[in-house]
Design a protein around this ligand. Structure first.
Ligand code: PDD
Length: 288
């Protein structure tokens, strides 16, 4: 396996980053996850655009021009002979002495990792995945803005730990006001009275690229879409629930357990609904 590190492709065993790297020391950096279908990186321009936005929001200078970033990803895919893959592009603040000041780091560390895409179990799509409403809140917009796809993921990791303890796959987080935001690595949608609802960006979410495509597909297929502030209760009452991200595409959610009060008083069971199935089908037509 080969990895792109700074300016060259190296064997994975030689792809090493210093312990003084501020990505390691402070989670100071950004990333993107992309999906490759039949040799083509899906929505590459959108991912690069979001990468630049994340960089700008943390005051990081990306050490490459856009065409060179694209070349670095395609070269890594080629070195690994991959056509159906996922790509993880990471840029950290780089090597520096200990201290928070970003100016301690001269040069960002730039890494592209690729791997064969392994499909999720079919049962996840046929039966849906289980979830919780986590007691861990999403980052405040005023703190680490969730629109920054940052390496600082501890909040979401704490929610994921809670999900694992509850033996479910995904944890949905609320914001400080108690409104729904998103999953640990996914955006959330639900259907209420035939309207497709999803928390708005203002609630404090990452504006997922898959989310935007799904909204577009829903509108094109005659569905009404509402972006706004929603409560967990509205999720429990929904006829269908699903999550989206670059690798999951459109994944149905079959149950939601409320862990916000550290109890399991509220458990909502959901069948895999027709709108979820339709949007997954349309999404898959889009990528192929
Ligand atoms: N995560 N929300 C969060 C917090 C995410 O981390 C992600 C993506 C999404 C969905 O974004 P998109 O549709 O652009 O993939 C929403 C990626 C997959 C990851 O962490 O690897």
């Amino acid at each position: 396996m080969f990895v792109y590190l700074n300016n060259k492709i190296v064997p994975a065993s030689e792809a090493k980053v210093s312990v003084f790297d501020h990505g390691f020391l402070y989670g100071d950096g950004i990333y993107e996850t992309m999906r490759v279908y039949d040799g083509v990186i899906f929505m590459l321009d959108e991912h690069i655009k979001r990468l630049y936005r994340s960089a700008s929001l943390i005051g990081l200078n990306i050490p490459k021009k856009i065409p060179d970033i694209k070349i670095s990803i395609y070269e890594t895919l080629k070195a690994n002979s991959l056509t159906n893959a996922y790509v993880r592009l990471t840029i950290s603040r780089g090597y520096g002495t200990i201290g928070l000041d970003p100016d301690l780091c001269k040069e960002p560390t730039f890494v592209v990792m690729t791997n064969e895409f392994k499909s999720y179990p079919r049962s996840y799509y046929k039966e849906g995945i289980k979830s919780i409403i986590s007691s861990v809140r999403r980052n405040l917009k005023e703190a680490i803005n969730p629109q920054i796809k940052s390496l600082n993921f501890l909040n979401n990791i704490l929610a994921k730990i809670e999900a694992k303890q509850a033996d479910v796959y995904e944890a949905i987080m609320l914001n400080a006001e108690g409104y729904l935001t998103e999953g640990t690595i996914s955006n959330i949608f639900f259907v209420k009275d035939n309207i497709l609802c999803t928390p708005s960006v203002e609630c404090g979410i990452l504006d997922g690229i898959t989310r935007a495509i799904v909204i577009d597909l829903a509108l094109k297929n005659g569905l009404e879409v509402k972006e706004g502030k929603f409560t967990p209760e509205e999720l429990y009452m929904a006829s269908e629930v699903f999550i989206t991200n670059t690798t999951m595409e459109v994944m149905p959610v079959s149950s939601i357990v409320d862990r916000t009060m550290h109890n399991t008083a509220c458990i909502a069971h959901k069948p895999v609904g027709e709108i979820s199935k339709l949007l997954l089908k349309k999404y898959q037509q889009e990528v192929n």
